[in-house]
Design a protein around this ligand. Sequence first.
Ligand code: BGC
Length: 383
Amino acid sequence: MRSGIRLATIVTVATLSVAAFAGCGTGRGTGTTSTTSNPPSSSASSAASTTTTSAAGGFAANAMIGVSLPWLGTQNWQEGQTMFADQLKAAGFTPNVQAADNTVQTQQQQITAMIQAGAKVIVIGPVDGAQLGTIVDQAKAADIYIIGYDRMIQNTPNVDAVVQFGSVKTGELQGQSLLDGLAAKKGPGPYNIELFGGGPTDPNAPNFFTGAMKVLQPKIDDGTLVVVSGQKDFPTVATQDWDNQKAQARMDTLLSGFYGGGKKIDGVLAPNDGIARAIMTSCEDAGQPVPVVDGLDAEDASVTLVWQGKQWSTTYKPTDKLVAQTITLIKALQAGQPLPAPTEKDNNGVKDVAVYAQDPVIVTQANAKEVFKNDPARLKLLT
Ligand code: BGC
């Protein structure tokens, strides 16, 4: 619905200093679009309407900050929703946190509303990394900073920074953990395995798979791993919408189609915890022994299964650190300061984007207590 987006309701658009972005080489446009027809209608409008821009750049300390999450279907996004609301408020800002139910159009509408309400920064975890170009252009025309959160925003020059866990690195850890688990739990190979990917519109998903295959492909080539179905390319193994039920249905089909006559499955590459649990349920229903399965997110349900020795591993990417990093960037922007040096740059199709990367950590039964020693909620699950 890009064509349906109206800019006419943008209220008082401030000009931000190009110098504010000197640190990451992404100067804002010179633009001062200032078109007012309707008053802002959002509940956050009072903060927005009192927002001013200082001569040195930056914006009001109580400015509205939009956060557009893709959905709340996995624990990391639920945690993000709460933590952004709490931590932005604690930092003095006016949070406007929305989740888009995995629907591109809903996300576009929510971001449009944030632009119209006068947000100074919009933090976005895109439903579809490639479908936000137009809307992000509109945000830029209104001198709004755009920060990608956990997922890259693709094919636009108008993303200022991305805060995330290295997604190829995450996949490498998952692939390595699958190999380690097979060696630990299933004796000497060769091992029968299957591969699953995440939602294909999420830019992380192909990267997770690429990272995992960097580790697994040589072992497929030398015969240590046998992908019994032969399904090895990302489009075939991807799970539409990260939908656990779709993953379970695919696993059911794989087991009935390729694992007849007592053939055992030893391991499965799972892109996240929800899909890992769906895979284990499918195997259980088919009377298979539990395969070695990795995961992602350290969701409560999977931390429990890892601790019980059923799910081999999960990957911890602490949401509180990611949110805190995002707010550090927002504070710099608010003060009109350059952003700190990024950890790396990642090309989004048209631009090398400043990426602030955090390290994901593999969690198994052996290291869970150590990994979660500063995360009381998860530590409590290990009893
Ligand atoms: C996130 C994962 C999450 C998945 C599905 C990915 O972009 O990095 O943490 O499990 O989306 O919500």
